[in-house]
Design a protein around this ligand. Structure first.
Ligand code: SAM
Length: 217
């Protein structure tokens, strides 16, 4: 990552990391990524002073940049290794994609709103990251590059999108919040063999809805 802007707000990022650690995140590589990625660059400069609060913040198109704890929790559950091919559904600001790039993943990310896709592309390039980004309906996944070692959905789905399950490599993990439009249960699905999957329901979160053919109308 380019070092430009990386020192600004470093102390606030360190405090944020301690807060997230106390909430239960223990993966040191994830905490290091949160400390290193300048979240203030992914939001409107008018909100810069709130960038290191542990809260979701508005971005354009009526969407949100996820709460840092949520980004850390989803990343920890994905349990990535350097070189893993990871699909993210819901690029939004590009912050989660930056965290995954920082961790050495080969990142594919899909966003349905073109202005968000364009601004995330700009910010990520400026930071020196090179994820593969696409504007489209991520509820269908991104079959051209499947299978993926991990898939993370950063919007709430009514059911587990079947296309995403199909695009998971054997040994891969899908992290998807599933529920109604008010509250969702974080769901972890691991593909243990071609036909076998293990599913775990974790704690509840609140995401903006996954809108699309295999999401909400
Ligand atoms: N990962 C994002 C970040 O770091 O800023 C979080 C963004 S927000 C919580 C969820 C995003 O999912 C929104 O930008 C929304 O437009 C997007 N989204 C919703 N449905 C989608 C779909 N079917 N395909 C792609 N993106 C979708």
């Amino acid at each position: 990552m380019n070092q430009k802007n990386n020192r600004k707000f470093l102390n606030r990022r360190k405090k944020l990391v301690e807060k997230i650690r106390k909430k239960g995140i223990s993966d040191e590589s994830v905490l290091q990524a949160i400390e290193s990625i300048p979240r203030h660059l992914f939001i409107d400069s008018a909100l810069e002073n709130r960038a290191y609060e542990d809260s979701a913040l508005p971005i354009s198109c009526g969407q949100t940049i996820s709460q840092p704890y949520t980004v850390a929790a989803q990343t920890e559950l994905l349990d990535v290794s350097t070189g893993d091919k990871i699909l993210e559904i819901g690029t939004g600001s590009g912050y989660q994609a930056a965290i995954l790039c920082y961790l050495g993943c080969d990142v594919y990310s899909v966003e349905r709103h073109e202005p968000l896709y364009l601004s995330a592309r700009h910010i990520l390039r400026d930071l020196g990251f090179r994820p593969h980004l696409k504007c489209g309906d991520g509820s269908l996944g991104w079959s051209a590059y499947a299978p993926y070692d991990g898939i993370v959905v950063t919007a709430g789905a009514p059911v587990v999108p079947e296309d995403l399950i199909k695009q998971l490599a054997v040994g891969g993990t899908l992290i998807v919040p599933v529920g109604d439009q008010k509250v969702q249960t974080m769901t972890q699905i691991t593909r243990v063999s071609k036909e076998e999957f293990e599913e775990k329901q974790l704690r509840q979160f609140k995401f903006v809805p996954l809108i699309g053919k295999k999401g909400w109308d």
